[in-house]
Design a protein around this ligand. Structure first.
Ligand code: AMP
Ligand code: MG
Length: 415
């Protein structure tokens, strides 16, 4: 690729796809599993297939309130009468066997009595004392939920690698499964780097800013349900950075830092990684977030996020999150992205994929459209707070005019 004078091309940067591919190639799921009660397994990744030990439903049952009859008793024309000989309630089956000319009162969820195979809805029946009259337009098997029609014994219900959601927990309960084997939690150490960083709760000294990245990262990582090791702020000296790296690498699966990944005089992260471990890549053709370092120290995977708060969050969601999912053993998912009209003009130079911040809204006609949050600087953290989606602009695209179709990735489900 040529470097363009008017664009944003950098021949040494990886494309977003190449960077994702390299991460994917370099990572494996961690070993280690634990057995958890199903309620506590919410959000965790299954370490084994779950097979059903029962049929669901466990018995043929009625899908309606009505009468359980024998299909052979249904009239071909005109009508027929049947004698009601018992009642089947959910949880209280009828013990009688239905003989020719007989039927049973039945309610939704109740076991189909022996001899019966068909349910007639109560609305389609005339009853006088213990005799019902039914007409035509019914067929054998109507309104019967068959044993095992949802899940059969031995069927795989949930597959290894599935992140367990509320419906999955309910499904496990419906099978009577009390516990499941899940992957152990990832251990993730994280810290900020920068001499200018001041702790929340202290008064800013001249030249200082508050350390926001560690808080945003804490939030993201908490939602990812990992074991967190917050190592605080590390000053911009090669010694402190090295010491922090070595200590973090000792017993963690991943290390995530922010700041110090550019090529400024006080940026020691990438050099230190090169010295102590291995740098896989350190530049991605994207905005925000061009300096992003990926590599390894001992057994720990390393992500050096850029210091600018929006860059740190964008690179996390686009690269670190899928990487951590992979390490957790979670099955690969493709991000939810679709195109919508854009209600604002968007500034952009060709050369880098941009992840601008947008607000996705439904208009009165029920159609989705997106507008920009406004200023898109990589330090404007309020844009991430206002936004509910990324607007993803391809590398070669330039200025976007109002009304153009743009690709969006909603935060819902992502963050
Ligand atoms: P750096 O990547 O270290 O050159 O930092 C880029 C920009 O992000 C600078 O303006 C830093 O002051 C800012 N920055 C770095 N770390 C943080 C942090 N933890 N919280 C907020 N801003 C930060
Ligand atoms: Mg810095």
């Amino acid at each position: 690729m040529k470097t363009s004078c008017c664009g944003d091309y950098d021949p040494n940067s990886l494309t977003v796809e190449e960077a994702l591919h390299r991460i994917d190639q370099d990572l494996q799921p961690i070993n280690g599993e634990e057995q958890l009660a199903i309620r506590t397994a919410l959000g965790r990744v299954l370490a084994e297939n779950v097979l059903s030990k029962i049929n669901v439903p466990p018995h043929d049952n009625s899908a309606m309130d009505g009468y359980a009859v024998r299909g052979e008793d249904l009239p071909k024309e005109g009508s027929t009468t049947l004698t009601v000989i018992g009642t089947s309630l959910a949880g209280q089956p009828c013990t009688e066997t239905i003989q020719t000319g007989q039927c049973a009162r039945i309610f939704t969820g109740a076991v189909i009595p022996n001899g019966a195979d068909t349910i007639i809805m109560q609305e389609h029946v005339e009853r006088q004392d213990d005799v019902i009259t039914i007409g035509v337009a019914h067929k054998t098997g109507d309104h019967v939920r068959l044993e095992g029609e949802d899940i059969a014994i031995g069927q795989i219900v949930l597959k290894v690698g599935k992140r367990l959601l509320p419906a999955d927990i309910g499904l496990l309960a419906s099978l009577g499964v009390p516990e499941v084997k899940v992957k152990r939690r990832l251990r993730v150490a994280f810290f900020s780097t920068g001499d200018e960083l001041c702790a929340v709760g202290e008064i800013l000294k001249p030249g200082q800013i508050y350390d926001s990245n560690r808080y945003a990262l804490h939030g993201i990582l908490t939602r990812l349900d990992v074991e967190l090791i917050d190592m605080g702020v590390v000053r911009d000296t090669p010694e402190e950075v090295e010491e922090a790296f070595l200590s973090a690498a000792k017993c963690n699966d991943a290390i995530i830092t922010s700041g110090g990944v550019s090529v400024g005089d006080a940026d020691y992260v990438t050099d230190t990684l090169r010295r102590l471990g291995k740098v896989n890549f350190w530049k991605v053709a994207m905005k925000p977030g061009k300096p992003l370092t990926f590599g390894k120290i001992q057994n720990a995977v390393f992500f050096g996020l850029p210091g600018n708060p929006v860059s740190a969050m964008v690179t996390f969601y686009q690269f670190v999150q899928p990487a951590l999912h992979r390490m957790m053993g979670q099955n690969k998912t493709t991000p939810t992205r679709f195109t919508v009209p854009c209600l604002s003009p968007l500034k952009k130079h060709p050369g880098r994929v941009e992840f601008q911040r947008g607000i996705l809204e439904t208009n009165e006609q029920g159609n989705l459209a997106v507008r920009s949050t406004g200023q898109q600087g990589s330090g404007i953290l309020s844009s991430m707070s206002q936004a509910n989606c990324f607007i993803i602009l391809p590398r070669d695209c330039g200025f976007v005019t109002t009304g153009s179709e743009v690709l969006v990735e909603p935060f819902e489900g992502l963050i």
